[in-house]
Design a protein around this ligand. Structure first.
Ligand code: ZN
Length: 456
């Protein structure tokens, strides 16, 4: 397949060339945040680092991390002391802020992200790189069916799409199925943007509630975001089939950067990063030391926004586990690829084994053609430590016979044991009895906490 690059001069940078560009921008950014923000200055001083002496990657390993909790506290302080919500770590004048988003805030209070006009321009450029790589051209019709309001992927995506000259149909992620179907039939979008769970929901609910099927919309491409389903082969297949053979692209970003930063390709071999000149990714080992970005390396990810003006987050720990691929992709597109492996916060511990719910969903989906790929792990306390065997509810496809079920159960239990090294008790559930729960941003919840096991 052929493809176009929007900025070949930076998108094809690799190895030492790229590292040099990153190092020089990193030095500028560190000096900038040190000079603009008393908060960063104090933070760096307490860690014993001074950006004016910053020379090499080894120096960067001594810089302190940032995380969600620190961001929240910093924003609480700035509300109290300066009457704005952008945090003590803001590095531009607050009147230069041109657009505000809020994080999904599923774990507590929301945090606010500001963008200057230049931040919006960099994000727009990254969006243009993503669009070019996936064959989207000016004038294509784009239906945005994600939660808009202030959510981080919502208005920012619509903003970039409008400026890049697409015909944007911003229906939002809260539209009723009937309304979305009618609008799609009337406006005939080329691209649909939504979460993978919402895409799957439409495939099921459109024929139930309207006289159409999602295949009838004529959608050629889907960008999915917000949860890892877009990189899970079975979910991609279901989405592609449900939307009449559409190409499925999984997009991703990093907190504190000018998102988006990456998009998958038709090879399903990970998400290609295309913004390495403005967003730095580090992969950390168990002692939080950066590892060389070699093929196959896996660990916790930290992002640094190299050119973000408003609130660049220096070494932000998103608490995601990422695997890196640097071998050439058969699609030919440049850039290292990443695969999302799970969230540190979602991680369960089963007899000392780390279990990521997404990985369980992935193994279940791959191991049988008779299941839908929807799962829910049931635990009986909010603790991350879960007793074996772990209760995994798995949704059957319609029409699977009773006689087939024992074999499916055994097959899935042994696949989980062999691949993920923990003991599961698979409970097969009929499609009409399976009610996946969704969080505030439309992400499917894979772990359900039940207080009384006798009633489960
Ligand atoms: Zn590729």
């Amino acid at each position: 397949m052929s493809f176009v690059l929007h900025r070949p001069e930076v998108e094809t940078l690799s190895g030492e060339e790229l590292r040099n560009v990153q190092l020089s921008k990193l030095r500028q950014q560190l000096v900038r945040v040190y000079e603009k923000s008393p908060y960063y200055r104090e933070k760096f001083k307490s860690a014993g680092v001074d950006p004016h002496n910053f020379k090499s990657w080894a120096d960067y390993a001594a810089y302190p991390f940032f995380d969600k909790e620190e961001e929240r506290i910093s924003q609480q302080r700035s509300r109290e002391e300066f009457n704005h919500p952008f945090g003590m770590h803001v590095t531009c004048g607050v009147r230069e802020i041109n657009r505000v988003s809020a994080s999904s805030g599923t774990t507590g209070l929301p945090t606010y992200v500001g963008y200057t006009a230049r931040d919006r321009a960099v994000s727009e450029d990254n969006f243009a790189r993503m669009a070019a790589r996936t064959g989207l051209v000016r004038g294509d019709r784009v239906m945005f069916a994600g939660v808009m309001s202030m959510w981080i992927v919502g208005i920012p995506a619509v903003d970039a799409l409008l400026n890049l000259g697409f015909a944007v149909i911003p229906i939002g992620g809260l539209a009723k199925t009937e309304r979305l179907a009618q609008t799609a039939m009337d406006t005939r979008p080329d691209l649909l943007m939504c979460t993978p769970s919402y895409g799957l929901h439409l495939i099921k609910s459109v024929p139930e509630k309207t006289r159409w099927r999602t295949q009838d919309f004529g959608i050629r491409k889907l960008y999915v975001f917000g949860e890892p389903g877009g990189s899970i082969p079975k979910i991609r297949e279901q989405l592609s089939e449900g939307f009449g053979g559409a190409e499925i692209y999984d997009m991703s970003g990093g907190t504190g950067c000018n998102n988006p930063l990456g998009i998958s390709c038709e090879e399903n071999s990970g998400i290609h990063l295309f913004a390495n000149d403005n967003a730095l990714m580090e992969i950390l080992d168990d002692d939080l030391q950066p590892m060389p970005l070699e093929h196959g390396v896996e660990g916790e990810v930290a992002f640094t926004g190299l050119v973000k003006e408003c609130q660049p987050l220096i070494r932000f720990r998103d608490k995601d586990i990422i695997r890196v691929y640097t071998d050439p992709c058969p699609c030919g597109r440049p850039g290292p690829r990443i695969e999302f492996r799970g969230r540190i916060d979602d991680m369960l511990l089963v007899k000392g084994v780390n279990v990521y719910p997404n990985a369980v969903r992935d193994v279940v989906a791959r191991s049988s053609d008779l299941v839908t790929g929807d799962i829910q792990i049931v635990r009986y306390s909010s603790s991350a430590v879960v007793e074996a065997p772990v209760d995994v509810q798995v949704c059957l496809k319609k029409g699977v016979r009773e006689a087939q079920q024992a074999a499916i159960k055994e097959q899935l239990e042994s696949a989980i044991q062999n691949t993920l090294r923990f003991k599961a008790q698979v409970n097969l559930v009929q499609p009409d009895a399976f009610r996946p729960e969704y969080g505030a941003t439309g992400k499917a919840k894979l772990v359900k906490t039940v207080s009384n096991p006798d009633k489960a």
